[in-house]
Design a protein around this ligand. Structure first.
Ligand SMILES: Cc1ncc(COP(=O)(O)O)c(C=O)c1O
Length: 405
């Protein structure tokens, strides 16, 4: 399913600074796994898809996807929705129906940071945000303390739901350990809480752990799964859970305007993504790992990677030494020059997100080949060498708003 990213080339050429050559760069877009474009097999499945009015439950392709997804996720039923953001919001709306309910979630979780506080704005739910540990888990003692303090207290909002994220995006695609999930489940049962998993990248976790996704989700009451990330589809997600939960979710989807009609054209692409996921996600991890090893082999004072943290398709590159900021590094990786062409034989524009004041994030996906990965490594090597030759670039902290999903 590998494609190059020619579509970006025109825009990037415009962005090449004055004094640099107007080369047509080869673009390696590692900003996110959301940038993929549907492959030929997907486009042909979309063109051929049998469709009907899904609002009447009559779209055979959506029904097939929902059935397959429910089985894969080990849940009774699943509901096709436009986005994972909507899947997460619906999950919270269904689990927390009392005013004053409280959701416990990670301070850096996508649900808390990037979903516009929908669970407050729309669902009227109160968030108790706990610090995410570097591996994407909560400190279980802190979790229990937080729940116990509020449990049965008339002075606290009622904790009703714990939201987990797996893989954990901000932690760098970390996979939540099964033993941890089991402990969260036990804790939730002791205090009568529900557990929702934001499994936008759940399949990356399943491939990394080499287990059926249902073994992960057995510890959860509901799970969302996104098709437009590692699975490469243009849009769509599912929310899965018990039959009565999904019946309620159907109503909430309607309320939010997420009920679609001939959505089978999108479901068809998602089915292709699910079919190929084993190969695709393993290759994404292999390429990510290869890049991470390449960074370490550079032995540069500028950048490094914690290899033990590279568990799936995301690599967090740590920037140190103070001679360049994450935003500056991203600018240098994006720009192309005659000098790069003369030195490396290539003109490669590598797109990454500055993630924090000290990190840059790179995400692998089905449009990035092993060759693209090699080119990205070479580009980083070239930039790192140039930065060491000119260590006066100055450190400008990266504004947090510069990052994306
Ligand atoms: C962990 C996680 N959850 C949810 C979402 C939301 O996905 P969507 O863009 O489909 O709304 C994202 C998007 O990047 C994500 O990374």
């Amino acid at each position: 399913m590998a494609h190059s990213s020619e579509g970006l080339t025109a825009g990037l050429q415009q962005a090449v600074p004055r004094g640099r050559s107007r080369l047509a760069p080869h673009v390696v877009d590692l900003r996110s796994d959301t940038v993929t474009r549907p492959c030929a097999a997907m486009r042909s499945a979309m063109a051929r898809a049998a469709v009907g009015d899904d609002d009447y439950g009559e779209d055979p392709t959506v029904n097939e996807l929902q059935h397959l997804a429910a089985g894969t996720l080990g849940m009774e039923e699943a509901l096709f929705v436009p986005t994972a953001t909507m899947a997460n919001l619906i999950a919270v709306m269904c689990h927390c129906q009392r005013r004053g309910a409280q959701v416990i979630l990670g301070r850096d979780s996508h649900l808390h940071v990037y979903e516009h506080g929908g669970i407050a704005q729309v669902a009227g739910v109160h968030s108790q945000a706990l610090p995410d540990l570097p591996d994407g888990t909560f400190d279980l003692e802190l979790l229990e303390l937080t729940v116990r303090e509020a449990h049965g207290s008339r002075y606290h909002p009622r904790p009703e739901l714990v939201c987990l994220e797996n893989t954990h995006s901000s932690a760098g695609g970390r996979v939540l350990p099964l033993a941890y999930l089991q402990q969260v489940r036990g804790l939730a049962d002791r205090y009568g809480l529900q557990v929702h998993m934001d499994g936008a990248r759940l399949m990356n976790a399943a491939v990394a752990q080499n287990i059926e996704p249902a073994r992960i989700t057995q510890h959860c009451d509901s799970v969302s799964l996104c098709f437009s990330k590692g699975l490469g589809a243009p849009a769509g997600a599912v929310l899965a859970g018990r039959k009565d939960f999904v019946a309620e979710a159907w109503r909430m989807r309607k309320l939010l305007g997420g009920g679609m009609r001939q959505a089978g054209v999108l479901a068809a692409a998602a089915l292709v993504g699910l079919e190929h996921m084993g190969v695709t996600l393993q290759r994404d991890h292999d390429n990510a790992w290869c890049f991470a090893e390449g960074v370490q082999e550079l032995n540069s004072p500028l950048c490094s990677v914690n290899l033990t943290a590279v568990e799936t398709n995301i690599v967090m590159v740590n920037i140190s030494g103070g001679c360049i900021s994450p935003a500056e590094l991203c600018e240098h990786l994006q720009a192309v020059s005659e000098e790069e062409l003369a030195t490396t034989g290539h003109a490669v524009s590598v797109l990454l997100f500055p993630w924090s004041a000290h990190t840059v994030r790179a995400v692998w996906h089905c449009d990035i080949s092993a060759h693209d990965t090699e080119l990205a490594k070479k580009k980083l090597e070239f930039v790192a060498r140039k930065c060491q030759e000119k260590p006066t670039l100055g450190l400008h902290p990266t504004p947090p708003s510069a990052r994306g999903a």
